[in-house]
Design a protein around this ligand. Structure first.
Ligand SMILES: Cc1cc2nc3c(=O)[nH]c(=O)nc-3n(C[C@H](O)[C@H](O)[C@H](O)COP(=O)(O)OP(=O)(O)OC[C@H]3O[C@@H](n4cnc5c(N)ncnc54)[C@H](O)[C@@H]3O)c2cc1C
Length: 485
């Protein structure tokens, strides 16, 4: 039943200042025409960005990200958000990657001159850690996957599909798992077929620029903190940090305001709840909690991501980044070089040292392990690949694990993910876990914010044709002809 439309006089409150909440505010500001209700954005922590954030490392005094975050060329809404708030120039667009295989074989991965989907054929064929048989099998598997039309409710896991489609354990481990564990933060046996297909179709086959990796050259805390706050404030949004919400208030079944943890009441006509899925039920009054769209949120499962941070007295690894295949370490990022693009190999290390980050997604097996042993193992892997690491003096190291980092894209998950417009009049949801058609990523979070703002705007102005969601990259003619995309 569509929500009824009270006059939009009281403020609109957004609860949660992660990317979803920030994108909701940006989307609403873009959709609104004056006079419009005031927008209040509330965040319980003293910083913006939610899971995409930075912390100060007490030993080095450096601002480091909780974990390296990257986008891709196919993240059209995330790119639009960054352009809108003026932070897009803080991203490097990488058109070449390096894969390091189990025997330290290094392969450069870059697009050839051909249109999609053939642009990466040479790059796939050049992966030295795969045999020729593996490469043929992979090409065949990619084509089968592109031509498949999985339904959201298909119970097949991607691991099962790969085995059914002749992909050997070696190709699964050395190719499919490498791409998907980075893109979806999950292992192949915990990924549904439609989600896996989306990564390869949208990210690698449909458009030439889709696979390019967008890497921040500044701390996430600066990008989604000070820069976005400046944009929001200058557009009249009332932004409040360290302001936790205790409860959403309903009167006669529709939203009437929020109760802050401080005890203050904020009256509101509409509320967008942009908190993690695990927090939603706690913030709702008892009567709303049992509604199926909220009650089933506890069935969502989450995957952990860990990042190991190392500081050396010099530049020990000359690459800006590398994907590691056949190691516990999955991706390496040369943080100092990425954040200071002018730095050249051999340049002196900054006072705090030269810093690197190793990312391990779906890091469940780290849980019971001793931190130092994990860090020792990662360091040993880096030294095996780049012997110069042994010559560098290790100044400091730390391991950070975010336990509920990304939504597990298990078979059946789409039926649990709620839409942004809820059945409670005046209440909307935003967040990477909501139904966006995307996995829980920065793109998914921004999409959810734009979709929530769009739904809210349409409910407030039923004749409005506002379209905040950005179009996907167009599918190339050859991808349509060859793969039927
Ligand atoms: C380690 C790690 C690595 C990742 N790597 C990538 C990557 O490389 N690429 C990528 O695209 N994505 C990556 N992600 C995923 C990405 O960070 C998330 O999908 C995205 O940031 C989620 O945004 P969100 O706004 O939906 O949720 P959140 O970021 O969780 O934001 C929710 C906000 O609500 C606030 N809140 C909670 N309760 C209250 C309350 N009661 N009152 C007020 N505020 C409240 C929280 O403090 C938080 O700020 C990674 C995530 C992690 C953790």
């Amino acid at each position: 039943m569509p929500p009824e439309n009270p006059p939009p006089s009281l403020p609109t409150v957004i609860v949660g200042g992660g990317l979803a909440g920030l994108a909701t505010a940006v989307g609403l500001k873009q959709a609104q025409s004056s006079p419009a209700p005031k927008i209040i954005l509330l965040e319980s922590r003293p910083r913006w960005g939610g899971r995409a954030t930075s912390i100060v490392d007490q030993t080095t005094g450096e601002t480091i990200d909780n974990c390296q975050h990257v986008g891709m060329g196919c993240c059209t809404n995330f790119i639009h958000f960054c352009e809108t708030v003026g932070v897009a120039h803080h991203f490097r667009r990488e058109r070449a990657l390096t894969f390091i295989g189990p025997k330290q074989e290094s392969s450069r991965f870059a697009a050839g001159p051909w249109p999609a989907p053939l642009h990466l054929a040479g790059a796939f064929a050049g992966l030295k850690h795969l045999s020729w048989k593996d490469r043929w099998s992979l090409a065949w598997g990619l084509k089968r996957l592109a031509k498949s039309r999985p339904r959201d409710e298909d119970p097949t896991t991607f691991a099962d599909w790969l085995t059914q489609n002749g992909q050997s354990p070696r190709v699964q481990e050395r190719f499919w798992n490498v791409v998907l564990v980075s893109a979806l933060s999950e292992t192949l046996d915990r990924i549904n077929l439609a989600a896996a297909r989306k990564v390869f179709v949208d990210g690698f086959l449909a458009h030439r620029a889709a696979w390019e990796v967008h890497i921040p050259t500044a701390p996430l805390g600066d990008l989604y903190g000070s820069s976005v706050q400046t944009w929001l404030t200058s557009h009249g949004v009332d932004t409040r940090l360290s302001t936790g919400v205790q409860q959403i208030e309903l009167t006669e079944g529709r939203v009437s305001g929020v109760l802050l943890r401080s005890g203050e009441h904020l009256p509101a006509t509409r509320v967008v709840l942009a908190v993690p899925a695990q927090r939603v039920a706690d913030l709702l009054p008892e009567a709303a909690r049992s509604l199926p769209e909220f009650a089933q949120l506890n069935r969502l499962e989450w995957a952990p991501i860990s990042s190991a941070h190392f500081w050396f007295d010099r530049e020990a690894i000359p690459l800006p980044h590398a994907a590691l295949v056949g190691y516990r370490s999955q991706w390496l990022f040369n943080r100092t070089a990425l954040h200071a693009p002018a730095s050249t190999p051999g340049a002196p290390a900054p006072d705090s040292g030269w810093s690197y980050q190793v990312v391990i997604s779906a890091s469940r097996d780290l849980a019971g392990e001793d931190r130092d042993s994990v860090l020792d193992e990662i360091l040993a892997e880096l030294t095996r690949i780049w012997p110069a690491v042994a010559q560098a003096k290790l100044l400091h190291r730390r391991l950070i694990t975010e336990h509920a980092a990304a939504l597990s894209m298990l078979p059946g998950v789409e039926a649990i993910r709620p839409p942004q417009r809820t059945s409670v009049p005046g209440l909307y949801l935003a967040g990477d876990y909501t139904r966006t058609g995307w996995p829980s990523t920065m793109e998914g979070a921004v999409r959810s914010g734009y979709l929530a703002a769009q739904a809210l705007q349409q409910d407030t102005h039923p004749n409005s044709s506002v379209q905040l969601l950005q179009p996907d990259l167009p599918t190339s003619l050859w991808a349509r002809l060859l793969l039927g995309l």
